[in-house]
Design a protein around this ligand. Structure first.
Ligand SMILES: [Zn+2]
Length: 204
């Protein structure tokens, strides 16, 4: 968003699958705010300890120091109220309260920039991102590149077997897939006997 009316808050959301450059884009926007001499604070959920405890880090290794919180409500208690721009990375792990918190901050005149996964490993909308999109002034959907066919990819394909919603990891555990190549729930699907086509296996 290039035009800003003085003292007006808003919500920006950057969403897409893993490996689509969300954190990179978040860091880029926050750096621009810093260059504009705005007061910036960055928050990330405690669950994301992939690379660094108190930084947000993109897959391309851009980094920015961040305050680690257990959920969205803790953003309010750790916020310096002089802060003008509030970055939230891995927003999909902040919990449902992020919707209320982001709205409250925007209503108070703050610029909120949240980045997160919009769908989970089964391709389902990932709360609270869908709700946040409805309330946002600006939305950017980032796409990755499908690791199977090279098309633009909107899905995060899980490569390890787990039924947990959250399995934190990066390369090797997940890859980006396009709509056509995405296999929701795989590899779990392959090991469920009733999903095997009837034939030799069923007769055994
Ligand atoms: Zn593909």
């Amino acid at each position: 968003m290039d035009v800003m009316i003085h003292n007006t808050g808003w919500i920006e959301v950057v969403c897409g699958p893993m490996f689509s450059g969300k954190s990179e884009e978040l860091i880029r926007r926050l750096r621009r705010a810093m260059i504009a001499r705005k007061r910036v604070q960055v928050f990330k959920p405690v669950i994301d300890q992939r690379y660094s405890d108190d930084e947000i880090v993109s897959h391309a290794d851009a980094r920015l120091s961040a305050i680690v919180v257990k959920d969205a409500t803790e953003i309010l208690s750790k916020l310096d109220w002089r802060t003008q721009v509030i970055g939230v990375d891995e927003a999909n792990f902040m919990g449902p309260e992020l919707v209320r918190v982001a709205s409250q901050l925007a209503d108070a005149g703050k610029q909120v920039i949240a980045a997160g996964l919009d769908t989970d490993y089964l391709g389902r909308p990932f709360t609270p991102i869908p709700e946040l999109l409805c309330l946002a002034e600006a939305i950017t959907k980032t796409l990755a590149i499908c690791m199977r066919c090279g098309n633009p990819a909107k899905h995060t394909q899980r490569l390890v077997e787990s039924e947990d919603l959250i399995v934190v990891g990066a390369a090797g555990m997940y890859e980006a897939r396009c709509r056509r190549c995405f296999e929701p729930g795989a590899p779990r699907q392959e090991v469920l006997p009733f999903l095997r086509p009837p034939g030799k296996d069923a007769a055994r």
